[in-house]
Ligand binder design. Structure first.
Ligand code: ADP
Ligand code: GLC
Length: 484
C-alpha cells in the first residue's frame, strides 16, 4: 500500500483558482504520485465558482461533521479522480464555504476554518478505514486550520507529521483574539501558537505547530527572515529557521505547452518557432493594437500592490514613445484597474488593458508577447515568468524571490550566453523604465532575441525535481515508501 499524503488547499486548477496556488496544486500532486505517493487533495466546492464538469464526482454516503466550537454543521464530500486520474480529490460542500466565490467575504476566516475542519474529518475517516494519512500538507493560511486542529485536538491525527507551505506571506489569516474560542481553539493553543501582536494569526499558529515550514523558492525562504520581506513575521521565522526550507515551484509542462495549447491560433516550439509570429499578429488583431513590427510587452497578473502594476501604468507612455506596445490582463485593486484603464485610453492602439480573469487570453498573451513584465515588489515564486519563458516571451523582472531563482539574467546583449531574461534591482518606476528601455533595444536585436528565447523555451521547469525534494522532506518526517 502506498503511503497517503493529504494536501489541503483553497485552490485547485483547473477547477478553481485565483493565482499560482491553484496551479501548484495541479502540478505537484501528480509529480508526487509518479514517485510512489498516494496523493489525496482536500479542497472546497464553491458552487458556481468551481468548474467540475467532466469529473466523475462520487458523493460520500454520509455527510461529515464540520462542527466547530459546538456550532453544529454538516458537509457533503464529493470524491473524484483528478489530475488525469493519478490523484484522489475530495471536494467539500459546506455551509458558509460554498457560496459562489472563492474569497472576498467578511467571514473568510470562518469559511476556511470549516475547510480545515473538513480535512481533519476526512483524515479521521481514512484512519477508520485503515488507511490513515502518513503526512498532512497544508497550503497557505486557508489550510492552516487543518494543521492546527489535527495537532491540537485529541484524536488519531495528532501524531501525523505536518507541513505548512507559504505561497504568500502577505496573507496570514488574522482575527481578533476574542475569536479564538469561536474558532475552536483553547486558551492554551491561542497563547502557545496563535497569538501574535495581540491578535489571532492562523499562519503563525501553523508555523509553530507544524513539523516543517516550506516556501516556494530558496530566495524567498531567505528574504522572509528579513524585515523588508517578513510581513512582521521575520522574527518568528528566524526563530523557527531550523524547520524552514525553500523548494522552488515547477510548472505543468503538459498544460503549458505552445506546441499543443488549444487556446493558441498557431502551434510552435523551440525547434520550430515560426508560429510565434503568427500568435503575435493574432494577439494584435484580437485586441485592436496597430499592426506592425513594434515589440509587444505583456502582463498577466493579479492586481495587488505586490505585483508593481502601478509602475507599469507609470511607464506606459515611455514604453510607447520608445516604440513598444503593451498588453495587460488582470483584475483586483480598483485604483490599479483605473490607472491601467486610463493609460489604455490615452495610448489607444499601443496599449490595451483587459480587466478580466481569462485563462485563454492569458495563454495568448504569453504566446503573442516578445517580452513579459514582472516588476514585483516581492514574489514568493512566480509562475507567470516561467510560462512566459516557455512560450518564448523574455521576462523583464525585479530581482526578488523566485524571480531570482528562475530567470538567468542577461548581462550583455552581445553575449547572451545562458541568459533567459532581464533582471533589475531597485523598487521604482525609473528602474522598471530603464529595464524596459534596454528590453526594447534587445527586442530589436534579432540575434540576441533568438538566443534569449531559445534559452527560455528550452529551460527545464518541470515539477520532478521539486517533487523529489518534497518527498525527501516527507521521508525525513517518517514517510516510508514501499519497495517497488
Ligand atoms: P500569484 O499566485 O501571485 O498570482 P503566479 O505567477 O504564481 O502569481 O501565478 C499567477 C497565475 O494566475 C498564472 O497561472 C496566471 O496565468 C494566472 N492569472 C493571473 N491573473 C490572471 C488573469 N487576469 N486571467 C487569467 N489568468 C490569470
Ligand atoms: C503565490 C505567490 C506566487 C507563487 C504562487 C504559487 O500566490 O504570490 O509568487 O508563484 O503563490 O506558489
Amino acid at each position: 500500500m502506498k503511503p497517503i499524503v493529504l494536501h489541503v488547499t483553497a485552490e485547485l486548477s483547473p477547477h478553481h483558482k485565483s493565482g499560482g496556488l491553484g496551479d501548484v496544486l495541479a502540478g505537484l500532486p501528480p509529480a508526487l504520485a509518479r514517485l510512489g505517493v498516494d496523493v489525496r487533495v482536500v479542497t472546497g466546492f464553491y458552487g458556481s465558482a468551481s468548474k467540475v464538469a467532466g469529473l466523475d464526482l462520487r458523493p460520500w454516503d454520509a455527510p461529515i461533521d464540520v462542527s466547530i466550537a459546538g456550532n453544529r454543521m454538516e458537509a457533503r464530500v464529493f470524491e473524484a479522480r483528478t489530475h488525469g486520474g493519478s490523484v484522489t480529490t475530495y471536494f467539500v460542500e459546506a455551509p458558509h464555504l460554498s457560496r459562489g466565490k472563492l474569497y472576498g467575504y467578511d467571514d473568510d476566516l470562518y469559511r476556511f476554518a470549516i475547510l480545515g475542519r473538513a480535512a481533519v474529518e476526512i483524515g479521521l475517516v481514512l484512519d477508520r478505514m485503515g488507511t490513515p494519512p502518513a503526512i498532512l500538507h497544508a497550503h497557505d493560511w486557508h489550510a492552516a486550520s487543518a494543521v492546527l486542529y489535527a495537532r491540537t485536538w485529541p484524536g488519531p491525527l495528532r501524531g501525523v507529521p505536518s507541513l505548512i507551505t507559504i505561497h504568500n506571506l502577505a496573507y496570514q489569516g488574522l482575527a481578533p483574539a476574542s475569536q479564538a474560542g469561536f474558532l475552536g481553539y483553547s486558551p492554551e493553543t491561542y497563547h502557545h501558537a496563535l497569538a501574535f501582536d495581540g491578535a489571532l494569526n492562523l499562519l503563525k499558529g501553523a508555523f509553530v505547530v507544524a513539523d516543517r515550514i516550506t516556501t516556494v523558492s530558496p530566495t524567498y525562504a531567505r528574504e522572509i527572515r528579513t524585515a523588508r520581506y517578513g510581513h512582521d513575521l521575520e522574527h518568528v521565522l528566524r526563530w523557527l529557521s531550523p524547520k524552514l526550507i525553500g523548494i522552488l515551484n515547477g510548472i505543468d509542462a503538459e498544460s503549458w505547452n505552445p506546441a499543443t495549447d488549444r487556446a493558441l491560433g498557431a502551434a510552435y516550439s523551440a525547434s520550430d518557432p515560426e508560429g510565434k509570429l503568427a500568435c503575435r499578429d493574432a494577439l494584435r488583431f484580437e485586441l485592436g493594437l496597430s499592426p506592425g513590427r513594434s515589440p509587444v510587452f505583456g502582463v498577466v497578473s493579479r492586481f495587488t500592490s505586490q505585483k508593481g502594476i502601478d509602475w507599469v501604468g507609470e511607464i506606459a507612455p515611455q514604453l510607447v514613445r520608445q516604440g513598444g506596445q503593451l498588453v495587460v490582463l488582470g483584475e483586483g485593486d480598483a485604483a490599479l484597474e483605473h490607472r491601467l484603464y486610463w493609460a489604455a485610453q490615452r495610448l489607444r492602439g499601443s496599449v490595451v488593458y483587459v480587466r478580466a480573469f481569462d485563462d485563454g487570453l492569458a495563454r495568448r498573451i504569453y504566446a503573442g508577447s516578445d517580452m513579459f513584465l514582472m516588476p514585483s515588489r516581492f514574489e514568493p515564486c512566480g509562475l507567470t515568468q516561467m510560462y512566459a519563458m516557455r512560450y518564448g516571451a523574455v521576462p523583464i523582472a525585479r530581482a526578488t524571490g523566485g524571480l531570482v531563482d528562475t530567470v538567468a539574467p542577461l548581462h550583455s546583449q552581445y553575449d547572451v550566453g545562458g541568459a533567459t531574461g532581464i533582471l533589475y534591482e531597485e523598487e521604482s518606476a525609473e528602474a522598471l523604465a530603464g529595464a524596459v528601455e534596454w528590453g526594447i533595444q534587445v527586442a530589436r536585436d534579432p540575434g540576441a532575441m533568438h538566443a534569449l528565447r531559445q534559452n527560455g523555451m528550452r529551460s527545464d521547469f518541470s515539477w520532478e525535481r521539486s517533487a523529489e525534494t518534497y518527498l525527501e522532506v516527507y521521508m525525513d518526517l517518517g514517510l516510508e515508501l514501499d519497495a517497488p
